[in-house]
Design a protein around this ligand. Sequence first.
Ligand code: COA
Length: 341
Amino acid sequence: MNRAAVICGLGGALPETLVSNADLARELDTSDEWIRSRTGIENRRVIAPGQATSDLAVAAGSRALASAGAAADDVDLVVLATSTPDHPCPATAPAVAQRLGMPGAAAFDVAAVCTGFVYALAAAAAMLTAGTVRQALVIGADTFSTILDPADRTTRAVFGDGAGAVVLRPGDPAEPGALLGFDLGSDGAGSDLITVRAGGSRQRSAGGDAPAEDHWFAMQGRAVFAEAVLSMSKSAQHLIDRIGWAGRGPDRVVAHQANLRILRAVGEQLGLSEEQITVHLDQVGNTVAASIPLALADAQNKGTLTPGQRVLLTGFGGGLTWGSTALIWPSLHLAPAPAHI
Ligand code: COA
């Protein structure tokens, strides 16, 4: 079997409502200067009351299908990476598939927090190259604004809502867009660093006695920062060695958009210049599972990602989890800006 999963479509979606650093500073004890200098973030977007993760996922998925020129019934797998599903049960992917006009498609969610998109790509690529499915839609979508403590100035500054998606088709490993391999891993010893403690089987949502704050997202920022740099650098380097890119290295790295200082540190560890590191977090913050595909769409639209470049994607998130993949950037046609909902 000599098939590869090839990226042939890309799209993103963001909520209309923009929250600037100045907006946050009017509400919380923070400042534009602190947020900009500690994170590189200037704006983030948040969904409106009544909207949910699936609304963003459908908008991004539909953009990716249009970009691929794929008909909905050509796609028989939808994998949705999210840690903010519409409901704890069932998964959100089947509803997304149905709304996109593919009601018979296999559909499931992947929960690997900020690494979710890379894990979802790996799962879809494996099913596609095994011949289980014909074409796949892989979506990363999260709405962390729905789980942040309104009084937490740190997480409110960092996270934003969004969705990004790609279409995968079968192809040749030598063609642009082919995913060249994966490096995936986890370390449950760090599971306390990024959490929503309540609402699961350990601290139950119904009839449980979890304190109110355990329903909010919590993060140990300092420790997460160090782990993010280490894990993404190591994972990226493992993959570079495994796929034979060690000599020339990647032309561009699109890393999970958590913090500008993390991106710079990963670039330094990999011996890359600042220009080789894609930055999108200034406009959208950390959009969790959406961060890598949204950064790809933004870079493609700005012209900083061009066909033929050696592109490495690397992510890190709660769990702890990490993962990387790589491809030669293909020629893609996509709408000039993400959909706004
Ligand atoms: N505005 C002003 N001050 C703030 C603030 C804000 N928005 N958020 C935190 N602070 C304060 C803290 O209260 C603390 O004050 P103290 O020294 O009086 O206690 C001080 O700034 C330093 O806090 P610390 O958490 O050590 O700051 P930091 O330099 O580590 O930056 C993060 C905090 C969250 C920006 C940074 O740790 C980070 O980006 N971590 C990774 C987050 C991430 O990527 N998460 C997702 C992983 S996938």
